[in-house]
Design a protein. Structure first.
Ligand code: CS2
Length: 504
């Protein structure tokens, strides 16, 4: 570990990789793998999940042709650091006092789309590209919450016009459409496109949104691309799972200590990781089955169980935790009143879910809670609380609807929704301290709630955000449960509200 040159810590690079302690060396030794995958989204999750699994797969069968070209659609994010580090980055795993770090060799190149010119579309069009993956977050799909279809706004129209005119589009969906159009006009090599975001039926939704995008292209181009989509492109749904908080300074410092080099693209994660993909590929794929990835006939039960029992529970901890004054997820779950609410949400969800083959939903719910208790991860409530208007329709509303369809009164799920409303509109915890609120609709929702009586706030805000479907919003029991929970949070705070619901 002799990487110190004078007083300056050297930065991770391929030339320095030989100096790494043996436990930290990449599984795939040698040069960067040849590009075979294009990935959209430069967040930490991709590095700790798909890139980590794919390196494992390449190391397992020695096929080095599935290197990842990482595309940052908007902000350059980590592109500069990854380029300087020859695509190498570290995954730091933390669990209690245990920590370990390993450098991952999976990235062939990193591109910042706005500055890369036609390079992204060229890479998508290259016959050697066999798979595209996406982690562009819920809001990156540009879904219209009211219709579930593509939100055809100015950016989408401009992108469709750009593709039509052979210019480079700017949104992730626009770039993907340009790549598909280019393949359709070329030799039509098959392609598999895998959404790795937390959407219901993510593959099906992405296929539909791309279909809509393609229909906005000029006539012949639209027809040719649509034909290619139908014949040679598959969009298998996938369920992804690994808790990956934002990398903090203490994580970068831990990596430096463990690998002896500075890494500006390091990510921190829990040891657990899961990826379930529907076995529906257009052509070849990496040896993912040799890297622990489950290839199944139907992803839906896995995805439903994960969204409703894990993600909804996570959001419950985040909103109630933030409102009760907790900064971290683990600390919030250690609060017995919040734990009762989280268990309530999980129980309501479990009653609506068909377990995936071989799963015991009680054991799954418990395993999720024990993962959330991993305090060493430093996962913050405000991170999970971000973008609630995009997340709740996927992770909470389906439970609410299914429970109501069976005549039940899902009070805990209603509390989750009310807590989100309170978090966004009030923006302060129960002791009056200001909260960090990341919510794309925050300004509009606060304006909508202005001057509205407390009994009406939850209804007005959930309708304005499109979080409740019109059918759920019209259900008097749902409306009453959410409004009452909001009034209780407003009047008595998180703890008293949870205690009262436990007694109910
Ligand atoms: C979290 C997820 O931030 C959030 O919304 O619920 O990112 C969660 O950590 C992952 O889905 C776990 O796989």
């Amino acid at each position: 570990m002799a990487a110190r040159r004078g007083d300056v810590m050297s930065t991770l690079s391929r030339a320095m990789a030989g100096d790494l302690p043996s436990a930290a060396r990449p599984l795939l030794s040698g040069p960067a793998p040849e590009p075979g995958i294009v990935h959209f989204g430069a967040g930490a999750f991709h590095r700790a999940h798909q890139a980590w699994f794919t390196e494992r797969a390449m190391a397992a069968d020695g096929d080095r042709s599935w290197g990842i070209v990482l595309v940052a659609p908007r902000s350059p994010g980590v592109v500069g650091a990854l380029t300087d580090q020859d695509g190498l980055f570290t995954v730091l795993e933390r669990d209690g006092l245990r920590r370990s770090a390993r450098v991952v060799n999976a990235v062939s190149a990193a591109l910042h789309a706005p500055s890369a010119g036609p390079a992204v579309v060229e890479r998508l069009a290259a016959p050697t590209t066999g798979v595209v993956t996406l982690t562009i977050t819920e809001k990156g799909y540009r879904r219209d919450p009211a219709t579930g279809g593509l939100l055809i706004d100015e950016a989408v129209r401009a992108d469709a016009a750009a593709v039509g005119a052979g210019r480079v589009p700017s949104t992730a969906l626009g770039l993907l459409t340009a790549g598909l159009q280019s393949r359709a006009a070329g030799d039509g090599t098959p392609l598999t496109v895998i959404s790795c975001d937390n959407l219901t039926g993510n593959g099906r939704q992405l296929a539909a949104l791309i279909g809509e995008f393609v229909s906005l292209l000029p006539g012949t181009m639209a027809a040719e691309t649509a034909a290619y989509l139908g014949e040679a492109v598959r969009f298998p749904p996938s369920m992804v799972d690994r808790i990956v908080p934002a990398t903090a300074a203490r994580d970068t410092a831990a990596v430096q200590e463990l690998i002896g080099l500075r890494d500006d693209a390091a990510v921190v994660a829990e040891p657990f990781g899961q990826w379930v993909i529907e076995d529906d590929f257009a052509a070849a794929r990496p040896a993912w089955h040799r890297a622990g990835i489950e290839l199944v006939a139907d992803v839906a039960p896995y995805e439903t169980a994960k969204l409703r029992l894990l993600n909804a529970a996570h959001s419950t901890i985040a909103y109630l935790g933030a409102l009760a004054g907790h900064a971290g997820i683990a600390a919030a779950l250690a609060d017995p009143d919040i734990e009762a609410a989280v268990r309530g949400v999980q129980a309501e969800a479990a009653a609506t879910v068909t377990p995936p083959p071989g799963w015991d939903l009680d054991a799954y719910g418990e395993s999720v809670l024990s993962r959330f208790r991993n305090e060493a991860l430093g996962h913050r409530c405000d991170q999970v609380a971000a973008d609630g208007s995009q997340k709740l329709p996927v992770r909470a509303i389906p439970t609410l609807r299914a429970a109501r369809a069976h005549g039940r009164s899902p009070q805990w799920t209603a509390l989750l929704i009310a807590a989100w409303v309170r978090f966004v509109v009030h923006g302060r915890d129960d002791d009056g301290r200001e909260l960090t609120v990341h919510e794309p609709l925050a300004a509009a929702l606060r304006a909508a709630a202005e001057g509205v009586g407390a009994a009406e706030v939850a209804g007005v805000v959930t309708r304005r955000a499109g979080v409740l479907t019109p059918e759920s919003a019209a259900d008097p029991v749902t409306a009453e449960l959410v409004s009452q929970a909001y009034l209780d949070l407003d009047g008595h705070g998180v703890r008293a509200t949870c205690r009262a619901l436990v007694r109910r």
